[in-house]
Design a protein around this ligand. Structure first.
Ligand code: GTP
Length: 428
């Protein structure tokens, strides 16, 4: 009986905290296997079915904790309508009930489709991550930038243009916020205020003033609220345009506090934003990088094709401290470290469906390899197959790797630098 109590306690805690009532399936299986010698298969199935039905009721976990364990694990207030829970994203389900209600209330004010693709570029130091990023983004390409060692993470927010190319998103971001504010005020003054600035933000002027230095061009995402509170600042286009609008909003609110200031967010069909995250390769950073990994991202795992998989990474190469990695590790270890980290932090435990392939393998320094193009391709395929096959054949980690299921040439098309090779995994 003690075993049963322990199991129930565990299920109740985890299902309440994770809002993942499917977690129960695993524990129930363990529980039933423990007793299955005494039940027939059909009886076992019946028990599982009954338990699943019971446990899918959200408040059962709380109730059981109270009744069986005399432990209050949260107010059993009015449960959230299951229809609401169905409509909200899994990430939001992880919030507490109050958070979910706030999210749902915010939804009544309007919604906008998330068209933001997060591209995480990871791999050992010096493999060519920054060089690849500089070739993916139009503003940096053909500028002959000598990449510096990345410290921490470089973040570039880009817009996917109609021709499929990526360019920095500074001006698009401002325009989007301006549109939101205009729509909120529904005010012709606002239009006038923004016209000049929109001109300034568009076209050649911006092009000329863009700084070729990727470090200076880093765009940090900031909450709108923070930006609109900024005092008038001469050099900041966004602040110049928005300050009058914000002042007006403050006046309106003061004079007419009950005024409905709902913002109508119209869907923007074409705007696809791409956040490119260039991670530092030094192992010193590895223990913090993992906090930025999530299941919504696409990962480029970069490998230097001139380094043998079993070659030891030398500390003298600039690896820093071996955080998160064993001393004496090989390039294969680093590859496996990243794939395992992506797998662990991609929320594979909370997803009910199949793992979506979100990893694209990229080999660099093709230009430094021996042989003609055909030889190189052959060597590179063998190299990456060997790396992949170092995992068990049925390992779920392999499900993350984009293969024939990914759109062909999705990223490859945009790469003009001859040193890169995008691997399409046809084995799956
Ligand atoms: N020949 C050749 N050189 C490359 C290639 N990719 C990168 N390099 C060079 O390798 C050096 C390191 O490249 P980076 O792009 O800074 O490497 P990284 O992975 O961003 O390095 P960290 O920021 O330290 O993690 C630079 O001098 C690049 O010019 C390639 O495909 N071929």
């Amino acid at each position: 009986m003690l075993l049963l109590k322990e199991i129930i306690t565990k299920i109740a805690h985890e299902s309440v905290h994770d809002r993942n009532y499917n977690i129960l399936t695993d524990y129930m299986r363990q529980f039933v296997f423990g007793f299955s010698v005494q039940f027939s298969v059909s009886k076992t199935k019946e028990i599982i079915k009954i338990l699943l039905v019971i446990w899918n009721q959200q408040n059962v976990a709380r109730y059981v904790m109270k009744e069986v364990n005399d432990e209050d694990i949260g107010a059993a207030e009015k449960p959230i309508d299951p229809d609401i829970l169905d409509k909200i994203p899994n990430d939001v389900k992880q919030l507490d009930d109050k958070g979910i209600k706030i999210f749902f209330k915010a939804l009544q004010d309007g919604e906008e489709e998330v068209k933001n693709i997060r591209l995480m570029v990871v791999g050992m130091f010096g493999v060519g991550k920054t060089s690849l990023v500089n070739n993916l983004i139009r503003d940096f390409r053909d500028k002959n930038i000598t990449p510096l060692n990345t410290d921490g993470i470089d973040l570039h927010r880009c817009q996917v243009m109609e021709d499929g190319d990526w360019c920095l998103d500074k001006e698009h971001k401002s325009q989007k916020y301006i549109k939101w504010l205009q729509s909120a005020f529904n005010n012709t003054d606002a239009e006038t205020a923004s016209t000049d600035s929109t001109k300034r933000l568009n076209g050649s002027h911006v092009e000329e003033n863009r700084d070729a230095d990727p470090i200076k061009n880093q765009i940090q995402t900031e909450p709108v609220q923070k930006r609109v509170n900024v005092e008038h600042h001469e050099k900041d286009d966004f602040a110049q345009v928005c300050s009058p609008l914000v002042e007006k909003m403050q006046n309106d609110t003061n004079n007419n506090p009950s005024k409905d200031t709902k913002v109508s967010l119209k869907k923007t069909v074409k705007e696809i934003a791409m956040s490119v995250w260039d991670f530092a390769g030094q192992t010193l950073y590895y223990s913090t990088h993992q906090f930025f990994l999530n299941k919504r991202s696409i990962y480029l795992v970069i490998m230097d094709m001139t380094k043998h998989l079993n070659e030891h990474v030398k500390e003298s190469d600039g690896s820093g401290i071996w955080c998160g990695l064993v001393n004496d590790c090989t390039y294969l270890d680093v590859f496996k470290f990243w794939l395992n980290a992506i797998h662990m932090y991609s929320g594979y435990k909370t997803t009910t469906g199949k793992i979506k392939p979100n990893v694209i393998l990229v080999g660099t320094r093709k230009d430094q390899m021996a042989g003609n193009d055909q030889d190189k391709e052959h060597t590179m395929n063998r190299y990456l197959y060997k790396a992949i096959l170092s995992f068990e054949r049925d390992s779920p980690v392999l499900d993350h790797i984009c293969g024939s299921r990914c759109k062909n040439g999705y990223v490859g098309k945009k790469i003009t630098f001859s040193g890169f090779y995008i691997f399409h995994f046809r084995y799956l």
